[in-house]
Design a protein around this ligand. Structure first.
Ligand SMILES: [Zn+2]
Length: 566
C-alpha cells in the first residue's frame, strides 16, 4: 500500500483502534514476538482486521477459498458464493468467519467429503458469522459454502471503488488492507492464515474484463450476456492481497526471463484510453522487476504471473496483480518527485515484502512497508545516482514523527499498527542498518531475508511464502553481521524516541556521546569529516573523544546515514 499524502487516519479507524486496544493483551518487553494472542469472543466490528485471534478461529487452518461472484456495476452490487475449506487443528463446533454486516447471507451449506452436504445453522455477531457444525476433531476437514449478496462499502480505508473511464464505461476496483478482506467475502480475517491456493470466478457484463490473482484458466460466456473469468492462484495469498479489477481493459503482455532462468508472463491491464501510455511505461516497469530480482532473488510467483491492473485509486500490492493508479506520474506517491514511477516500484516490492514474506501479526507491518519504502531510494541510487537517493532519504526523513514504536511487541490490529512511521522511519532504519553492517553485508541480509535457503531453487513451483517476525529479522541481521545487533532494534524499532548525538568541543578535543531513552545501550559509530578526511569514530560505550586540531572544520555524518534526533 502506498503511503497516502497527507496522511490522516479517519475517525472510524481511530475509533476501531480504541475499541480493540481495550481488549488487547500486552506482552512483556524483551520477549520474542508471540504467536497471535488468543482472546475471548467479542462482538467483532467488521472494520477491525487482525489483532487477537479467537479460540474459534485459532481452531482451524484455511486451505482453500473458492469465490464465485457476480459483479454488477449498474447497481454497485456483488453476489454469489464463497466456499471455505479448512483443516481442523483444535476441536471445534463453531466455524467462525468474518463478513461485513452490509451483506445479506441467504444460506450456508456444508460441503466436502467429510460429513456430507446440508444446510448449516448460523448466527451473525457483529462482523462475524458463527456457523454451527457437528463437533470436529483435529485432522478432520471442514468445508462451508456461504451464499451472500449486497452493496459493499464505498467509503473509508477499505472500500469498493465504482468509477468510470473517460468514455463512460464502468471501472471498478477494491482495496481492503485496513478493513480486511471481509469487506467483500467471508474469510478468516487474520494475517496469520493464508489458503494454500484459491479459485476466483468473477462474472461481469460484456465487454468488461475481470483481472485478478494467479492465472486465467478460462473465460466462459453465459446465456444472459455476461462473461465469467476463472482465475486460480496456485500460491498462498494474504487475504488483503486477493483482488478484483473490472474495466473494459486492454492487455499488453511481455514474456519476461527471470534470473532463475525460467520465463513468465508480465501483463498490463490498462484502460483503453491509456493503452499508449501503458505500452510506454512497461519497459521501465520491467526494469523495476529486474532490479528486484537481482537484489532480492527471483520474483516469487513465477508459476502464476506478474500483472499490473490500472485502477481508479492510487495503488495496492495485490499478489500477482498489483493495483496501479499513479496515472504514469513520477510524483503520484506521497507528492515526492522520485525520478521514476515510484508507485509501481513500491507495489512491486511488496511481492517480496508482504506477499512472499507476511508477518503473522499486524504489529510487524513495517516488514511490509518499511522494506518496500526503502526500495525506492535503493533503486534511485542504482539508476539515478547517489545524490538522488540522498535527496529522497532527506524528504522521507522530514516526515518521521516518532510518536509510536515502529513495531510494538503486543498483538495489534491494522488500525493500531498502521501509521506513517512504518514507511518513512522503517526505511530510515534500514538505511542506518546498512551503515552499521556495511553495504555488502546489508545486501546479503536482504537476500537471506527473502530467500533463506541457499542456493535458491530454480523451480517456479515451490512456494517460499513465510510468516517471519521482527525478532526473526533481528536474529538474521545479527547472524549476517557476525555480532549482536539487538541494541540497534531496541532503540529504533521497539520504542518511539530517536537517539540524540551530543557533541561538545573543548580546545582540540571533541566529545561525542549518545543520549538514548531509558539509557539503552547504543554503540552506534559515527563518521566525521575532519578537514576533508573521513574518519569512523567508534562509540562502544556510547561515548568517544576525537582530537581535532584547533580551528579545524569538522562535519558529522557527512553522508547522512544515521537516523537521529535533529
Ligand atoms: Zn506499501
Amino acid at each position: 500500500m502506498p503511503m497516502p499524502s497527507p496522511f490522516r487516519m479517519p475517525g472510524w479507524l481511530r475509533a476501531a483502534g480504541l475499541v480493540v486496544s481495550l481488549i488487547a493483551t500486552p506482552v512483556a518487553a524483551q520477549q520474542p514476538a508471540p504467536a497471535p494472542a488468543v482472546g475471548p469472543p467479542a462482538l467483532h466490528p467488521p472494520e477491525v482486521s487482525g489483532g487477537q485471534l479467537t479460540p474459534e478461529q485459532a481452531s482451524y487452518d484455511v486451505t482453500y477459498y473458492d469465490l464465485s461472484l457476480r459483479i454488477d456495476p449498474a447497481d454497485s452490487t456483488i453476489g454469489g458464493a464463497a466456499t471455505v475449506y479448512a483443516d481442523v487443528v483444535h476441536p471445534l463446533d463453531r466455524f467462525v468467519l468474518d463478513l461485513d454486516t452490509v451483506f445479506t447471507v441467504s444460506a450456508i451449506t456444508r460441503v466436502g467429503e467429510v460429513g456430507g452436504a446440508g444446510p448449516l445453522p448460523f448466527e451473525r455477531r457483529g462482523g462475524r458469522l458463527w456457523i454451527t457444525v457437528p463437533t470436529l476433531q483435529p485432522g478432520e476437514r471442514i468445508g462451508a459454502k456461504v451464499e451472500y449478496h449486497g452493496k459493499p462499502r464505498t467509503a473509508g480505508r477499505g472500500r469498493f471503488i465504482w468509477a468510470e473511464t473517460d468514455a463512460g464505461q464502468p471501472w471498478m476496483g477494491v482495496s481492503c488492507e485496513m478493513f480486511g478482506a471481509d469487506l467483500w467475502w467471508p474469510v478468516k480475517d487474520h494475517p496469520s492464515d493464508e489458503p494454500d491456493s484459491l479459485a476466483l470466478n468473477f462474472t461481469v457484463p460484456v465487454p468488461l474484463v475481470a483481472a485478478s490473482n494467479g492465472r486465467l484458466r478460462a473465460v466462459s460466456d453465459n446465456p444472459d450476456g455476461t462473461r465469467t473469468y476463472h482465475w486460480f492462484s496456485s500460491m498462498p495469498v494474504n487475504n488483503y492481497g486477493v483482488s478484483l479489477n473490472v474495466a473494459p481493459y486492454v492487455t499488453i503482455t511481455e514474456q519476461y526471463e527471470s534470473v532463475a532462468g525460467d520465463t513468465f508472463p508480465v501483463t498490463f491491464w490498462a484502460i483503453p484510453e491509456h493503452e499508449a501510455q501503458a505500452r510506454a511505461a512497461l519497459p521501465e516497469f520491467l526494469d523495476h522487476l529486474r532490479f528486484f530480482e537481482e537484489l532480492l532473488g527471483p520474483y516469487p510467483f513465477r508459476s502464476d504471473k506478474y500483472g499490473i491492473a490500472e485502477v481508479p485509486y492510487l495503488g495496492m500490492e495485490h499478489q500477482t496483480i498489483i493495483a496501479y493508479g499513479a496515472n504514469f506520474r513520477n510524483d503520484a506517491m506521497a507528492r515526492i518527485d522520485w525520478g521514476f514511477d515510484a508507485l509501481h516500484q513500491h507495489e512491486l516490492a511488496h511481492e517480496w515484502f508482504g506477499n512472499m514474506i507476511t508477518p503473522p501479526d499486524w504489529h510487524d507491518i513495517w516488514l511490509h512497508e518499511g522494506f518496500a519504502q526503502y526500495m525506492q531510494p535503493l533503486y534511485a541510487e542504482s539508476r539515478l545516482g547517489v545524490d538522488k537517493a540522498r535527496e529522497l532519504m532527506r524528504l522521507m526523513g522530514a516526515r518521521i514523527r516518532n510518536r509510536q514504536a515502529v513495531a510494538a511487541r503486543h498483538t495489534q490490529t491494522t488500525a493500531e499498527a498502521y501509521n506513517s512511521e512504518i514507511y518513512y522511519k522503517g526505511a530510515w532504519i534500514l538505511h542506518t542498518l546498512r551503515f552499521v553492517m556495511g553495504d555488502a553485508a546489508f545486501r546479503t541480509l536482504l537476500r537471506q531475508w527473502t530467500y533463506p535457503d541457499a542456493p535458491v531453487p530454480v523451480t517456479n513451483q515451490a512456494c517460499r511464502c513465510r510468516f517471519p517476525t521482527t525478532d526473526d529479522f533481528v536474529r538474521l541481521a545479527s547472524r549476517v553481521a557476525g555480532r549482536d545487533l539487538a541494541w540497534f532494534f531496541e532503540v529504533y524499532v521497539r520504542q518511539p524516541a530517536l537517539p540524540t548525538l551530543l557533541v561538545t568541543r573543548e580546545g582540540d578535543a571533541v566529545e561525542f556521546s549518545w543520549e538514548v531513552p531509558d539509557d539503552l545501550p547504543f554503540p552506534m559509530p559515527v563518521d566525521v569529516l575532519v578537514n576533508g578526511e573521513r574518519r569512523r569514530i567508534e562509540l562502544p560505550e556510547g561515548k568517544a573523544t576525537l582530537a581535532v586540531p584547533g580551528g579545524a572544520a569538522f562535519e558529522i555524518d557527512p553522508e547522512a546515514w544515521i537516523l537521529r534526533a535533529p
